[in-house]
Structures are given as C-alpha cells and as structure tokens.
Ligand binder design. Sequence first.
Ligand SMILES: [Zn+2]
Length: 368
Amino acid sequence: MQCKEIFKFIENWAPKAAAWPKDNPGLQVGYSDNNVSGVLLCLEVTPKVVEEAIKKKLNLIISHHPFLFRPLSKIDIRQDQQAKIIESLIKNEITLYSAHTNLDFTKDGVSFQLAKKLELNNIQFLQYSESNQCKIIVFVPETDVERISEVLFESGCGNIGEYSGCSFRTSGIGTFKGSELSSPVIGEKGKLETVKEIKLEALADKWRVNEVIARLVKAHPYEEPAIDIIPVNNYNKSFGVGTIGELASPMTKNDFFRYVTEKLNLKNFRYADAEVNEVKKVALCGGSGFEVLPYALKQKADVLITADVKYHNFLDTNGCILLIDAGHYETEIVVLDEVEKRIKDFLKDDKISVFKFSGSTNPINYYR
Ligand SMILES: [Zn+2]
C-alpha cells in the first residue's frame, strides 16, 4: 500500500478542495509513492512525534494542522526546529501528510466528533457549505441509462444528505447529424437521426466534475456525448461549518459545565455567562470557531463551545448565549479517534499498524 492510496482514501472523505482556500492540506514532506510501514496520527508534528514514528518504525505521519503553512525562506537545520524536523523526516524516509480544514468542514469531521463526544442527539452542521456543487446532465440512449447512472453514482454524484443514488430522468427525443469525419454509433453520417433518449441528471461536488466527465465520456456509447455542467447555489449537506445537537435531557448550567469538563477532559475553561435556565441545544466548532456565533444564535443554541476566543469576542455575546472556550487542542483532539477508526478499517487486510501519538502536543499548560 503506497502513501498516496491512503491520501486518496482520506480525500474521498475530506477533499482538499473543500478546505479553506488559504489552507495547505495534503502532502507536506516526503514520498507519496513509498510503501507504508505504519501510520502515526497527531494533531501537530513536534520532534517527539517524529521520535515516536522512528521508534515504532512508522513511515507515514498524518497530522491535523499542516506542518508547512507559511512559506519557508530558509531551511536552517542547526537553528530552526522546523528545519530539523524536515531533516529528520527525510533522513528516516518518513512521509508527512495533513488534513486540516477539509477535515473541519466534512461530515463526521472535527465538529461532528466533538458533538459525539458530548453524546448529543440530532447532530447537524451548524451551517452548510453552499455553491460548491454542479448539476451534471447527460443525454443517454434509453438502453444505456442504468449503466450510465451507475457510472455517475460510482463517481460520487447524486448524494443529498443521507441519500445516495439521487437522480432524475426525463424521456425525450434526441437528434443529431454526424459530419463526414464522424463515426456515429447509431444511424449514418450526414443524415439527421432521431433517437429515444433519457435526460439523466444528478448533483456533483465541483471538485469531482473533471473525473465524472472523464468517466462518463469513457462509458457513454456515443462518439460525442452531450453533457451539460450547470453550477447551482444549493446548500451541500455533506459539508459545512460547526455542528449543533441536543442533550438527551436538559441540564442546569452548572451540571453542563461539569459534564463538558468531564467529557472533553478539560483542566479548565473560560466562558461568557448568559441567563440560561437550562442547557439543551448545544452549538460547537472545534478549534478557532468564534465566527460561527451568528449561526449558533440563529439556531437558538443555548451554548456555543469553541476555542481561541478573544476578550472582545466574549463581550460581543452580550449575554445572548453561553460561550465556552474549551481550548483549541481539547476541541480538536477528538477527531483522531475517527481518523484512526477509518484508516484502520481501510488497512485491515494489509497488516499495517495505525497509532495515535502517545503523548500530548498541546503547547498550552495550566497553572494549578
Ligand atoms: Zn486547529
């Protein structure tokens, strides 16, 4: 199993194209065609993470935070920790890959895992992504419609929320006349043909379109398949920001504070208070997610849990919602269990070990 096959598996769940435009997910350092000896998962790469990979003979590290985020102006191996890590990775033939905001914005990504950790019910995106899909319309002879629709679905088209295989078919008459240079599958060149066709349509994520078209063209019986690609402004129910869900039963504010502390294994947290009689509806955004506040307010959440909240952000809540800053590391580390589960399942026949880093990479400590 080559590293790039694991990258492809991850990107099928968390496509790089779904990431924040200024992000840098994907291969950071290394060799995408090396065979994988083992996988080490972490939130960020530190010298201790690399040491553990070397000790356990794991040659693929997958981190959440990209190792390379700002452009490097030099690689000073004597002075700079990042440069030392690059040297160590290359010397030990270790490949480093990151899945960052693409993992934040995908279904079952960071904020979903945070909601699951709090055992919420009815977990949904707080706000869906929009305008990142196209409608693919392909005109197919009646006899080929089942085969071509399978090609569409296998290429990742036709997914709406919890439903797959979503398409629509309209029958009609297609016409065409081939030139002298054509080789029509049906009829003769130079003669106007009429054929009973189906107009087959399904939604596709924009980043899949090129591959979908290539597969359609290959599978379609016609020399020149007629395919329309139409951008749509739909909400994409497979991608979004933050999550919202409900506690099984309402809690008092103090009980909820204790509950969050226990479930997220917190030493401490900061919060802006609000007059909340009981907490039921919980909005979440793992990592720096204060900007989801308007969505949490719109959905009438009792509380928003996120991280990296500034003083003036706390003031901005104006007592309208309970705001908890539970820590960046603490609200994101929860995703590694899901990444581990998925990769282990993908590699189950290959006898390749998958580990989470045994220590903590949280740079923040708490005094007392
Ligand atoms: Zn983060």
